[in-house]
Design a binder for this molecule. Structure first.
Ligand SMILES: *[C@@H]1O[C@H](CO)[C@@H](O)[C@H](O)[C@H]1NC(C)=O
Length: 183
């Protein structure tokens, strides 16, 4: 489709672009004239948030468009402006959609208990991206380790060797039962 569209200069033709961005995440990458067109970018990110990577810098500061992008694909937070990476509602929606989005949230957001809890409830290993303070928060670490025993390696030094945390990790890993039966 892409070479054909290029041949006929369709990437300059708005009605074509409007349709194309709703079918393919890459379309906005070709439609260079429309990367700062709010309406087109909004259609594109609603179809697939990752289209935000092709948006103009100005658009990555647009709250409404970035919100639509992270609701579709949480990890498109990577392409949002620095300011929006610390916008609580945007980061919350991103992490709700995909816990891994925490990796590219602002430092401040990675120290936000509610946001980090949402993330580690989905993927324990996302604990890696939490602030040092939250890596030392028992409830956060326990939630992460219950979800994935390997999360223990990202806990603070203190909690990584904590009895309750270690026991939970061992249970979660399945070793507990093997050990119990080996006795
Ligand atoms: C975070 O951003 C980096 C590039 O800055 C990217 O390589 C990585 O995949 C992103 N992570 C997520 C989970 O989106």
């Amino acid at each position: 489709m892409c070479w054909l569209a290029s041949l006929f200069n369709l990437w300059n033709y708005r009605p074509f672009v409007l349709l194309a961005v709703q079918r393919s995440v890459d379309a906005l990458g070709y439609a260079t004239d429309f990367q700062k067109d709010g309406e087109i970018v909004k259609f594109a990110v609603e179809h697939c948030g990752y289209a935000l990577q092709f948006a103009s810098e100005e658009i990555t500061k647009d709250r409404e468009i970035v919100l639509a992008a992270v609701k579709s694909k949480g990890c498109s937070l990577e392409f949002a402006s620095e300011e929006l990476k610390s916008d609580r509602e945007i980061v919350m929606e991103a992490v709700k959609q995909n816990g891994w989005a925490l990796e590219n949230a602002s430092e401040e957001s990675r120290n936000d208990r509610k946001i980090v809890m949402l993330a580690v409830e989905q993927y324990g290993k996302v604990l890696e991206f939490a602030s040092d303070e939250l890596k030392n928060d028992r409830e956060i670490v326990m939630t992460a380790v219950k979800r994935d025993y390997q999360a223990r390696m990202y806990a603070s030094e203190e909690l990584a060797v904590d009895r309750e945390v270690v026991l939970t990790a061992v249970k979660q890993s399945g070793c507990y039962f093997k050990l119990a039966f080996a006795q």
